[in-house]
Design a protein around this ligand. Structure first.
Ligand SMILES: *[C@@H]1O[C@H](CO)[C@@H](O)[C@H](O)[C@H]1NC(C)=O
Ligand SMILES: *[C@@H]1O[C@H](CO)[C@@H](O)[C@H](O)[C@H]1NC(C)=O
Ligand SMILES: *[C@@H]1O[C@H](CO)[C@@H](O)[C@H](O)[C@H]1NC(C)=O
Ligand SMILES: *[C@@H]1O[C@H](CO)[C@@H](O)[C@H](O)[C@H]1NC(C)=O
Ligand SMILES: *[C@@H]1O[C@H](CO)[C@@H](O)[C@H](O)[C@H]1NC(C)=O
Length: 926
């Protein structure tokens, strides 16, 4: 007790000093988001800029009322899956009001009213829904600070961009807004009403020293204080009110009131956030001079809550005098969204009820956040100057930091940490070893020093990337005890000693190359140890050179996969692979190219990227040389980057990239030559009469192309979106097998982001309309183009035609849709197919094609689903042929598709086999 007093005495002059010197009201923070510098508003509140924030952009809007300068600017954030947080300092164990406001003002000139979430720490606070450009949305929360900082975060941009106009923090003192639930619940403000107000203006600072905003009861809003009883009158006084009560309502609010002169006060209003449990208090002060014989007694009547009506209010008695505050209320009351209440006078009362003010707050359960929150808070403190360490809020909730992934437990835990190439220095943070549910740890490409810590506490650890650092010491034997460890990468460090024998005998991908002093137990260094799960032909791990795609090694590419002894089914198509120097693309000299093409004699095609010439190398190999339009690639570096990527993309259904040439300011790409030209020529060219392709061949071409695309979408990391699929980009080899060309020339899709914005590129007729409008590119844009190709294969009609599709229709999609949806599939089938097809397979393709060309990407199937459908159609055709040869009747043919069993698909599954060079991934001898 004495100590406290001493402290108080010491602090008191200091507080006074601060109060009188600094313009900022003690305990107030007022952020003018997106603003510059600071300014004092007419209320005496000091607004400061939020320019300490390193993310988001600022915008100015025109505001009707010049005196509301804080609303003239705002800060907006990308509409992505991240959260954007403000971190504010608070005093622990103190209660605060935090208020955020939002005035849209069409800042983005889009008139798309934003909708997004706001959270306090890990707790979802509210969903902000803008429904009018010029209305200020406001949310308020009362909380007890339990740590020295709070984070207010915006996330989950459902429409438009998240933004914020102001963020205000107001400190309370004493026991104001104490509740017995405050350790686990916040109070979300639903209503704070000043009854009998003399204008529509709200009362706030300086009338309210805590700057609460007391709304006038005369404001006109939808379902705000309606159904007012007849005989309701406003009363007011100039006399001072003695402010008692816990919540210390401002005098100005208490000096006005409403009186139910006919015996009743009734009101109805919507309570934001309810139904739920809430805190509801009323504020009364007798401000009329009653004669000694008069009395004012009344009861609260709440529909459905008869018990509450028993208590009788007699203000003067309860407050022990006139002009004194009496504050009855309920700490925990269940309230509906639409609240109707009535105060009715008792029969022995001479005056009707009186009401000065009221507050209703909803209990909002706190979310304690991730179990790893404290550990991660410690860790990011070590890197406080790095952008990634400043994301703020909880590591997992409401959405995880950009570099972690969390599980979906009630109290989520971190399952992966991605801090590759983030300039980390010093030791590996020991906090990471405390992440009990960690599965993947990526710390490669940093400058970490010191030993590898003991990860025994992370039992679930499966993948550890520590390569390309400066780690020293031994490879700890504790790693052996991680029961789930499957991949361990420590190459290119300064580790020493011996590789624990237990690691070598573990079923594990282990790479410790480039650690000069690190040796295997036997002595002679074996640097790359790959142990392939050997249980009888089952799980297969493929490790090859550094690359973004699974590859077929050069030199083996002539072989058909069937000829390989080491052909292995792809188990996991997405693998990030390690080690070894980048395999550069082959560089041809200009002389070589000129010789091969006989000085660019024979032009065999042209497209968006350039003209294609035929060539024949000295060894007899035929090539296609694409001379790129000179401005396609700005710099040599960009060009080599692109070709390096191209050289890593290998699939039997993609036209093979052989190399490049960049000389004399000309950039060329060299591909294998495809003997049978483009699908377009085959379908519509002059030779179609003699060399028409039948339906099953067309299905096989579709299957091949779909496989190539599937590989680009799912087999490459990051995924590649083709962007320009069309029949002239599907080439046919000697055996009429199809390969997709012109892939990878566009920018690669960014990993982890569902869409990439860039200049719209594509070909009329094939272009995804959603992509055209939104410029948001996804793999579904390719699916749209592929749907058009399927329609072309069915109909033998070009994607765009001035004649074929009848009046007012130039587009194959509209035309085919009309026919297929009305059941008239015959109307669009290519007559040159001469009825040599099974109508069931035709229907399958027709329906899938229509799915592919749905207006919205999310309605379209993935290319893998399309591929499966094509394969089903092929099976139907094949069975149909057998049946047809056996002279069976039509009925049995038509039932062929319904008897499909999944197992029969294995017939075509051989194509999913992939070969790799044995010398790269060699099982370690044990
Ligand atoms: C502008 O706002 C201030 C305070 O919010 C108010 O007092 C004033 O009347 C408003 N002016 C107009 C023109 O609306
Ligand atoms: C994002 O908002 C939408 C719509 O308001 C909601 O359905 C969804 O659950 C929210 N997502 C998260 C992660 O909160
Ligand atoms: C804090 O509380 C004390 C009484 O407990 C009161 O006198 C003082 O005015 C309060 N501070 C503010 C800023 O209202
Ligand atoms: C209020 O009460 C008086 C007398 O009791 C009555 O004459 C009057 O009509 C009432 N007013 C309304 C609006 O009900
Ligand atoms: C309020 O009362 C209800 C039961 O009436 C109870 O379930 C709840 O935990 C109480 N507290 C809060 C903060 O809702």
């Amino acid at each position: 007790m004495e100590k406290r007093l001493l402290l108080l005495l010491l602090l008191f002059p200091l507080l006074l000093l601060l109060d009188s010197c600094s313009a900022q009201v003690q305990g107030f923070v007022s952020l003018n988001c997106g603003g510059n510098g600071k300014f004092m508003d007419e209320l005496g509140l000091l607004w400061i800029s939020d320019d300490f924030l390193t993310y988001g952009e600022t915008a100015s809007i025109s505001v009707l009322n010049e005196s509301r300068k804080q609303y003239m600017t705002l800060r907006h954030f990308p509409a992505d899956s991240r959260k954007y947080c403000y971190k504010l300092n608070v005093i622990s164990r103190t209660r605060y009001l935090v208020r955020a406001t939002f005035l849209y003002g069409n800042f983005d000139n889009n008139n798309v009213y934003p909708k997004f979430d706001i959270s306090l720490g890990a707790t979802h606070w509210s969903t902000i829904v803008i429904s009018d450009a010029n209305t200020i949305e406001k949310v308020e929360l009362i909380f007890l600070a339990t740590s020295p900082t709070i984070s207010v975060c915006l996330s989950n941009a459902t429409t438009g961009q998240p933004f914020i106009s102001t963020l205000e923090l107001r400190q309370f003192n004493g026991s104001i807004y104490y509740t017995p639930f405050e350790e686990s619940f916040y109070l979300s403000v639903s209503a704070r009403i000043n009854f009998g107000a003399d204008s529509e203006a709200s009362v706030r600072y300086p009338d309210d020293p805590f700057d609460r905003i007391w709304e006038s009861d005369s404001v006109k809003k939808a379902n705000y204080l309606v159904d007012v009883a007849a005989g309701t009158e406003r009363v007011s006084t100039d006399k001072p009110i003695e402010i008692g009560g816990n919540e210390r309502p401002p005098q100005k609010v208490m000096q006005t009131a409403v009186v139910g002169t006919n015996g009743s006060l009734t009101y109805r209003l919507n309570l934001d956030g309810f139904p739920g449990n809430g805190w509801a208090f009323t504020y009364f002060a007798e401000i009329e001079d009653l004669a000694p014989v008069e009395s004012r007694k009344f009861r609260l009547v709440l529909p459905g809550q008869p018990d509450l009506s028993k208590a009788i209010v007699n203000i003067q008695e309860n407050a022990q005098g006139k002009y004194r505050v009496y504050e009855p209320g309920y700490q925990n009351l269940t309230l509906p969204f639409v609240l109707s209440f009535r105060f009715g006078k008792t029969s022995d009362s001479s005056r009707g009820p009186l009401l000065n003010a009221m507050e209703v707050n909803r209990y909002l359960e706190k979310n304690d956040g991730s179990l790893d929150g404290a550990v991660m808070a410690n860790m990011v403190k070590l890197y406080s100057s790095e952008g990634w360490a400043q994301e703020g809020g909880d590591p997992c909730l409401p959405v995880p930091w950009s570099w972690v992934e969390c599980n979906s437990d009630g109290k989520p835990r971190i399952v992966s940490v991605h801090l590759s190439s983030k300039h980390l220095t010093g030791n590996i943070p020991s906090d990471l070893t405390k992440l009990g549910s960690l599965v993947e740890l990526w710390l490669d490409g940093n400058s970490l020093t010191g030993p590898i810590p003991d990860f025994t506490g992370c039992e679930d650890l499966k993948i550890i990337h520590l390569e390309n650092n400066r780690l020293t010491g031994e490879l700890p034997s504790s790693l052996v005890n991680l029961p789930n460890l499957k991949e361990l990468y420590v190459q290119n460090n300064m580790l020493s000693g011996r590789v624990p024998a237990g690691l070598l005998s573990k079923n594990l991908v282990l790479n410790y190359a480039g650690n000069i002093n690190l040796h295997e137990g036997g002595g002679r260094g074996r640097h790359l140890s790959i142990i392939i799960g050997s249980s009888v032909g089952a799980a297969v791990l493929l490790i090859a050179t550094i690359l973004s795609c699974l590859i077929l090694r050069k030199g083996k590419k002539q072989h058909e996969p069937e000829q390989f002894h080491h052909s292995l089914p792809i188990q996991s198509q997405r693998m990030a692979l390690s080690n070894a120097p980048a395999e550069a693309a082959h560089c041809f000299t200009l002389t070589e190219i000129e010789d091969a093409t006989n000085n660019f004699e024979k032009k065999i095609g042209s497209g968006g990227f350039g003209v294609v010439y035929y060539g024949k190398m000295k060894d007899g190999k035929e090539i296609a040389v694409k001379v790129l339009i000179s401005n396609s690639f700005q710099g040599k570096r960009e060009f080599t980057n692109e070709v390096t990527l191209l050289s890593r993309i290998h699939h039997r259904n993609l036209v093979q990239f052989l190399g490049y040439c960049q000389e004399d300011g000309r950039s060329m790409l060299v591909y294998e030559f495809m003997h049978n030209g483009t699908l377009k020529e085959r379908l519509y060219g002059p030779s179609t009469q003699e060399h028409g392709i039948n339906w099953i061949k067309r299905l096989e071409i579709a299957e091949d192309a779909a496989k190539g695309i599937e590989y680009l979408h799912t087999g490459c990391v990051p995924a590649i979106i083709h962007r320009d699929l069309k029949t002239s980009n599907i080439l046919l080899d000697q055996h009429m097998r199809a390969k997709v060309s012109d892939f990878g020339l566009s920018k690669l899709a960014v990993d982890g982001v569902s869409h990439v914005s860039s200049i719209v590129r594509g070909t009329v007729g094939y272009l995804d309309p959603e992509y055209y409008i939104s410029q948001q590119l996804t793999d579904k844009s390719d699916v749209y183009s592929f749907g058009v190709i399927l329609l072309e294969l069915m109909s033998g009609q070009e994607a765009i035609s001035n004649e074929s599709f009848g009046v007012n229709c130039r587009n194959i999609v509209q035309w085919a849709k009309l026919h297929i949806e009305s059941g008239n599939i015959q109307g669009i089938i290519d007559p040159s197919l001469c009825n040599e097809y099974d109508i069931q397979s035709m229907w399958k393709i027709a329906e899938k094609a229509l799915n592919c060309v749905q207006p919205h990407g999310h309605m379209r199937p993935s290319i893998s689903e399309v591929l499966k459908e094509i394969q089903d159609a092929i099976l139907i055709e094949k069975e149909g042929i057998i049946v047809r040869e056996g002279n069976s009747d039509d009925m049995s043919r038509n039932s062929a598709n319904s008897s499909l069993n999944p197992g029969s698909l294995d017939l075509v599954a051989t194509d999913n086999y992939l070969s790799f060079d044995e010398s790269i991934a060699r099982p370690a001898a044990r």
